[in-house]
Design a protein around this ligand. Structure first.
Ligand code: GAL
Length: 322
């Protein structure tokens, strides 16, 4: 009887307080096989209770492949497979290209998985993007297209899937001068419309998130691997009305460059997590992935950088512990 009561109490406590997952920053992640996680400048898709993460495999430093991992909690990462093997998945140009900032999308209409990335030559002159597709998330990805989206020179990039299903490729355009918002075709194979954003502001590493009525966009200046001030702007429309850029966080974005913002819709609250790269820490393959909560209030937002925090993925609650 006593045992039963203790069990009931424990059960109630765990449902009342949820289950905390601890996320530590600044450490090199290892996967469930004990290998170093190689998924820099990551992109994410949440599917059937798992986070899928694609990113640059920098083990070969300058000619990255693209790896896919999955995790129930952003901490325990299972290596799924190398989904793009530089020079093999892309035979025409051999290993001459750098595949950077691979981002993953699930297309509900075609039920296919699509990767968009920066597909660059050694001196960054090509200024191209590429698109790959697979029937299953960890399946065989094939090259669909590579080139300059709508003929526009394109470098650092991301993708953005809006709540109404419209999906965009967003990239730094025309020799790093502007950002380009490119609407994707229904099958996500092509860019079909272009809107120039933040003209002459020279921003890169763009990340867009939709919070309530507003879109927020985060970006960095173009200083290579060296971190710089993250800036944010907001608008009620993706194509117009973006506010002036404002500083957010400290002057180096806590030694990171933005890669993604994850939205955790919990039973008690929606929590947003900033994901960034701490490049060259101290070498390129040892660059760290950093995660911390970010909050939004009206048209303002705040970074809550910390060395360690707990998150309850069920309720969405989080607390900084270090
Ligand atoms: C950064 C960019 C990275 C990578 C790097 C190379 O500015 O965000 O994705 O291209 O430059 O120096």
């Amino acid at each position: 009887m006593k045992k039963l009561l203790t069990l009931l109490l424990l059960f109630n406590l765990s449902t009342a307080f949820g289950k905390w997952t601890t996320i530590r920053n600044g450490i090199l992640w290892t996967d469930t096989d004990g290998n170093t996680v190689q998924a820099h400048a990551p992109g994410f898709v949440y599917l059937d209770g798992r986070w899928y993460m694609v990113g640059e495999d920098r083990a070969n430093a300058f000619h990255p492949d693209v790896n896919l991992y999955s995790s129930p909690d952003l901490v325990n990462w299972k290596f799924e497979r190398k989904i793009i093997q530089n020079g093999v998945t892309t035979p025409r140009l051999g290993r001459s290209r750098m595949i950077e900032r691979a981002k993953l999308l699930y297309n509900e209409a075609t039920q296919k998985f699509v990767v968009w990335c920066h597909y660059e030559s050694g001196n960054y002159a090509a200024s191209e993007a590429a698109c790959f597709e697979s029937d299953s998330i960890a399946g065989t990805y094939r090259l669909i297209w590579s080139g300059r989206p709508m003929g526009i020179k394109s470098r650092d990039c991301n993708v953005f899937q809006d709540t109404d299903g419209t999906t965009y490729f967003v990239s730094t355009t025309e020799e790093n001068q502007h950002l380009g918002l490119f609407l994707l075709s229904e099958d996500y194979h092509e860019t079909v419309a272009h809107t120039q954003l933040l003209p002459y502001q020279r921003r890169e590493a763009p990340v867009i998130v939709h919070v309530g009525e507003r879109y927020f966009m985060f970006s960095s200046a173009c200083t290579g691997w060296a971190p710089n001030q993250c800036k944010v702007c907001h608008s009620n429309s993706l194509t117009q009305g973006w506010s002036p850029l404002e500083n957010i966080g400290d002057e180096t974005a806590f030694r990171t460059q933005a890669a993604a913002i994850l939205t955790i819709r919990g039973t008690k609250q929606t929590t947003y997590l900033y994901v960034g790269d701490r490049w060259m820490d101290p070498t390129l393959p040892e660059s760290k992935i950093i995660i911390f909560p970010i909050t939004f209030q009206d048209d303002q937002c705040q970074f809550h950088y910390c060395e360690q925090f707990d998150i309850d993925f069920r309720t969405g609650r989080w607390r900084i512990t270090k």
